[in-house]
Design a protein around this ligand. Structure first.
Ligand code: GAL
Length: 445
């Protein structure tokens, strides 16, 4: 017995020493990252001042593959025209909302082999994940040199900046809370676009009776995407923001109602959702198999650029039920990670990302609008022009699913809550679980 206790003691001791060593290693890694960040910060200043001709390879990492690719290719084309001596490696990991790409990126960043530049959402996905870990280089000198402090909206600058610097270059503004439909089909089925979820429920049976799915859904992240639109619709903008600033508790009966509404909506969605991509859910609407879909306005990019449909004539849109006058926004951006192999080429890439020419080549194909205030709207289709108008006049709130309002930790845990809810459909339990993960991840502090 005595020798068993000894072994146990030794084992416990070993675990402590091992854990201590790990913590120390993590600590020194952080320090190394911080010093490297300082050095590369000086480099940016230099690169910007020297204005060297960039050469060599430039690896750009994103999830804009396949159907999502044309807009990025247009942006790369602008880059290649300006910097013919750089070879662009367009590294993509397919999967909507970056579900797969973000995991690959994490492994690469932590393993010390970051791409030269990568797609990241403005807001907490950038700040709460990579900036607090000292993995990004401050781009303030570039913003000043390019005059971007004046052309990007102040609120957007606040989302990509901290008191220590500016950490990425936004390429677009997307809207999350949009309901898509085919006007001719609605006419055929004798229904109109629902303004509220109650209106949706009152027409859903009629749609279903005609053998049509009322609302097309795809894999789990699109349920999360739907959730933020439902939350805004049920709560209104003040309470929606209250979830992120801590003024509304996740267990408040109003939030339980969001989950109850979700439960009701899910009864009107397709059974094979889990195996579909977001494009396939859009296809269901286009082909008349479903009446509506709630998706960000990259769906407009897909319908107009890939499927060659004409907005207004071939497809219609409206704010998701209950969210008129409100705009859930997100912005894709690119930055310079610490340890990037070719900072000269990356800075050149970022100049193109933030330029008027780059943004007005990229966004008309993407379904998003330019993040700049001086973009040429005549280059955009009627959908994007209407989004630009709403961006200027609506109440703006941030997206959860696309990185604005919460850090990566909360986002991942929230995905687990969604999975749990899809299995047990228990609104109170989902609300309780959210309260717990909000505390764990410091949300609402
Ligand atoms: C979002 C991203 C969009 C679009 C979408 C679907 O997270 O911001 O640009 O790619 O995912 O994959």
């Amino acid at each position: 017995m005595k020798s068993f206790n000894k072994i146990l003691l030794l084992a416990v001791g070993f675990v402590f020493v091992f854990a201590g060593a790990l913590a120390f290693a993590a600590g020194t890694q952080e320090q190394k990252a911080a010093t490297k960040a300082e050095t590369t910060k000086a480099n940016v200043q230099q690169v910007v001042l020297n204005n060297n001709t960039p050469k060599g390879k430039l690896e750009i990492f994103s999830w804009w593959a396949g159907d999502e690719g044309p807009a990025l290719q247009a942006l790369i084309k602008v880059f290649e025209k300006r910097y013919p001596e750089v070879e662009v490696i367009n590294a993509t990991v397919t999967g909507g909302a970056g579900v797969n790409a973000k995991a690959v990126l994490k492994t690469r960043m932590l393993g010390g082999s970051p791409p030269d530049s990568f797609q990241v959402h403005a807001g907490q996905e950038l700040i709460g994940t990579w900036v607090i870990a000292n993995r990004m280089v401050d781009l303030t000198p570039l913003f000043k040199q390019q005059g971007w402090m004046k052309v990007f909206p102040k609120d957007l600058l606040n989302l990509i900046g901290t008191k220590d610097g500016i950490w990425s270059v936004p390429v677009n503004v997307h809207r999350s809370n949009v309901m898509w439909y085919i006007p001719d089909n609605l006419k055929k089925w004798g229904v109109s676009v629902p303004q509220t979820w109650d209106e949706f429920f009152s027409i859903a049976d009629k749609i279903q009776a005609q053998g049509v799915t009322p609302l097309a859904l795809a894999q789990a992240w699109t349920v999360k995407h739907l959730w933020e639109s439902v939350a805004l619709g049920v709560l209104g903008p003040d309470d929606y923001e209250g979830l992120w600033n801590g003024s509304l508790s996740w267990t408040d009966p109003k939030v339980v109602k969001v989950w109850q509404t979700m439960d009701k909506i899910l009864k009107y969605t397709n059974k094979d959702a889990a195996s579909l991509s977001w494009q396939q859910a859009t296809d269901m609407v286009v082909k008349g198999k479903a009446a509506f879909n709630i998706m960000g306005d990259w769906a407009s990019g897909y319908m107009s650029t890939t499927l060659k449909l004409t907005p207004k004539k071939d497809y219609g849109w409206a704010p998701s039920p209950g969210t008129k006058g409100n705009f859930i926004f997100l912005a894709d951006s690119f930055g310079l990670p610490v340890g990037a192999k070719n900072p000269d080429a990356t800075v050149a890439w970022l100049k193109v990302c933030g330029s008027k020419e780059g943004q007005d080549a990229f966004n008309p194909l993407k379904g998003s609008i330019s993040a700049r205030t001086d973009s040429d709207l005549s280059l955009y289709n009627v959908y994007s022009q209407s989004a630009a108008k709403d961006w200027a006049n609506n109440r703006i709130v941030g997206s959860l699913t696309h990185g604005v309002v919460a850090n990566e930790g909360f986002m991942n845990d929230f995905s687990s809550v969604i999975e749990m809810f899809l299995n047990n459909r228990d609104p109170q339990q989902a609300a309780n679980a959210c309260q717990a993960i909000a505390i764990q991840n410091g949300i609402g502090k």
